[in-house]
Design a protein around this ligand. Structure first.
Ligand code: MRU
Length: 351
């Protein structure tokens, strides 16, 4: 599949820009944006031009490298302090996906570990570290997809929420990776993509990616999940996630926990797909995961010619937490983790 060979986020050949596909314009237009300043990177993350937990981590990694080229001090201590300030600024763009602070932390640790090098040598280390974050994500997505394939069979109906495909990650994706890999191996899935109000990542991005790959996809409104599951059309729910707490509670796009509750009611397995970079052992449970709240205009006016609602207050959390007891399994690059999550996540990933 040709577009599984391209990246939604990459470094320009002259190391001066992070190149992203502007996801806000899809599916109508495919435009690449060159991000060269901290403000441009911040804006692209904040406004979801680049989105999806792993993709924003990769963007932050490359971003810190290109911005390190603009730090003029030759003093390692000052250089590292400035790098930390850049990282802090980028992290403030969005709070929920742990991949963003995790990538920033990894870049800063690389600098701190190599404080005996010259600033120029250090920049080279930062470039390699950012490239590794990217390469490892490609590798992890592929492994996650392999594990995912062991959970389903050809002919299954799969419900998805939001977008956890190549645009949100690298290449295969997490929540959608199994579907692409299955397609390559001759599986026929019937995918029902929740449109995912209010920003329509399911309609604009998931339906687009699956259709482009020749996978049977039907677009549904978010409130149709119960009716679909009751009718027996869904054999599994596949979602990505932005942060997994130590007890297995999982934050993902608003509406995910509703889908999980319905799945439990109808006895449909609910699978969360994520790389280890999305697991945050410092968060004991979902209550500690910071949830992003976004502008009410996304509900009232976005995508409409005129506002569809009166000028009332809007409540617009961008993510929700799915309680671990609703999750059948968390599919990672190291294997399929089942309850009890606290013990089993620790076994798979603990030090
Ligand atoms: O607000 P978004 O579009 O960045 O939300 C993204 C999601 O909720 C995805 O499901 C999640 O980041 C996993 S992407 C592999």
């Amino acid at each position: 599949m040709e577009y599984l060979d391209s990246d939604s986020v990459r470094l320009s050949e002259d190391d001066s820009a992070v190149i992203i596909i502007d996801q806000t314009l899809l599916p109508l237009r495919t435009e690449y944006k060159y991000l060269r300043t901290a403000e441009e990177i911040f804006e692209a993350i904040k406004n979801l031009r680049v989105r999806g937990a792993p993709a924003i981590g990769i963007c932050a990694g490359y971003g810190m490298f290109i911005l390190s080229r603009g730090i003029i001090s030759e003093d390692i201590k000052t250089f590292t302090e400035e790098l930390k300030n850049i990282g802090k600024y980028l992290c403030s763009a969005r709070p929920t996906a742990v991949n963003l602070p995790a990538a920033v932390k990894r870049m800063i640790s690389a600098a701190e570990r190599n404080k005996d090098l010259s600033v120029n040598e250090l920049r080279e280390i930062l470039k390699i570290t950012a490239e590794n974050i990217h390469k490892e994500d490609i590798e992890m997505c592929r492994k996650i997809s392999e594990y995912g394939l062991s959970l389903v069979k050809s002919g299954d109906g799969i419900l998805t929420h939001c977008n956890a495909g190549p645009l949100a990650t690298s290449r295969y994706g997490t929540g959608l990776g199994t579907l692409f890999l299955g397609k390559e191996r001759g599986y026929e899935f019937h995918v029902y993509a929740d449109e995912t109000r209010p920003l329509l990542q399911g309609a604009r991005l998931t339906a687009y990616e699956l259709d482009k790959a020749g996978i049977d996809v039907t677009l549904v409104c978010d409130n149709m999940a119960a009716s679909l599951m009751r009718s027996g059309k869904i054999q599994a729910v596949f979602v990505g996630c932005d942060r997994v707490a130590a007890n297995g509670d999982t934050a993902n796009k608003i509406g995910t926990s509703g889908a999980a509750i319905i799945a439990k009611h109808y006895g449909v397995p609910f699978y969360v797909f994520c790389p280890s970079t999305t697991i945050d052992f410092s968060c004991g449970s979902g209550g500690e995961i910071p949830i992003e709240f976004r502008d009410g205009g996304e509900i009232r006016t976005m995508f409409f010619k005129e506002p569809v609602a009166p000028d009332v207050k809007c409540y617009n959390p961008s993510f929700d937490v799915t309680d671990s007891e609703l999750i059948t399994a968390i599919v990672t690059e190291k294997g399929i983790c089942r309850p009890p999550y606290k013990e089993n996540l620790e076994k798979l990933f603990g030090n």
